[in-house]
Design a protein around this ligand. Structure first.
Ligand SMILES: [Zn+2]
Length: 129
């Protein structure tokens, strides 16, 4: 069995994600999760707005070819204005970026943050100051 890496997300990052999702609603929001990763831990420390991102009520994305080569990119977060916490078929079929994928479902509170690994399996995470 592959040991899952421990994921920690800074409180400030959670707060920024929540306000960004609320601001974009009813459109989807999409952001890059950045920070540090080691063999057994991932820490999300900051966010980056992907270059040339686009979004609407049922989709969001960005041209991955234009993504800067940056080792601090750990994954992508996007919101689900329809309230679904599960990755959609489109989400599962998309090329994974980084190690983690976050879905924030409406109404975008702490409990609406869901984390998945690159295979679409749910991950636990903790919040740090
Ligand atoms: Zn989605």
């Amino acid at each position: 069995m592959v040991k899952k890496r421990k994921v920690t997300i800074k409180r400030q990052v959670i707060d920024s994600i929540i306000s960004y999702c609320k601001m974009r609603h009813p459109n989807e929001a999409i952001l890059l999760l950045c920070g540090k990763s080691s063999r057994d831990a991932i820490t999300v420390e900051r966010l980056m707005i992907p270059p040339f991102s686009y979004f609407g009520p049922y989709y969001s994305g960005f041209p991955t070819l234009l993504l800067p080569f940056d080792r601090s990119i750990l994954g992508v977060m996007h919101s689900h204005p329809n309230g679904s916490s599960e990755p959609s078929l489109t989400d599962l079929n998309a090329d994974p970026i980084g190690y983690i994928s976050m879905i924030v479902s409406y109404p975008y509170e702490d409990d609406d943050i869901h984390l998945y690994d690159s295979r679409g399996e749910r991950l636990e995470f903790s919040i740090s100051e």
